[in-house]
Design a protein around this ligand. Sequence first.
Ligand code: ZN
Length: 208
Amino acid sequence: MHKDRLVEHFRKFPGIGPKQAERFVYFLMKQNQNFLDNFINNIKELKQYSIKCVECERHTYLSTHNPNEKHICDICSDENRDGATIMIVEKEMDIDSIEKSGIYTGVYFVLGGHLPFLAQDPKEYISIESLTKRIFNKIKNNSLNEIVFALPVSDEGDNEMEYIKKVITQIVGMDKVKISTLARGVSTGLEMEYVDHDTFKYAFDARK
Ligand SMILES: [Zn+2]
């Protein structure tokens, strides 16, 4: 049934359960055609105008569309930032919160997902190949001092971090590079997406 297919779409959204997905579909049913057409067009254009940074894999939304452009985002291209420190995060929203704190001056890498336990093929879930390539290039150019892990504090997050550490140490000799993890302290269950200034400052200053 058509309605069920739509419910399934919404269920794929982060944090949306079956009830909520159904509520969205009933909401759409009540809207007029003009609303629905606008909604569809905005979704269609999203992909055309969003572009991924070739350095950090962060998606940004541009007002103009140039499919041939090799996009480097405003953070990666900012010469005042410390390109020798890379912070590994799961998603773009994490960067937004960390940037708001104004404490971190290095660059980022967005994994673009999280690694479930017993994942058969990790590269289906996270951008591990681009990450190793980026780290490899930075080490080759002698421009990497530290890799900071800012992944979710959970068993799954820890497992993901161990996996990434293993891969990057296997591929590139890591003897000259410091690998650190944000301190956990009081805030177990720390979610980067919702981190506030003080919590991030503590977690970053006390990283080890
Ligand atoms: Zn970037």
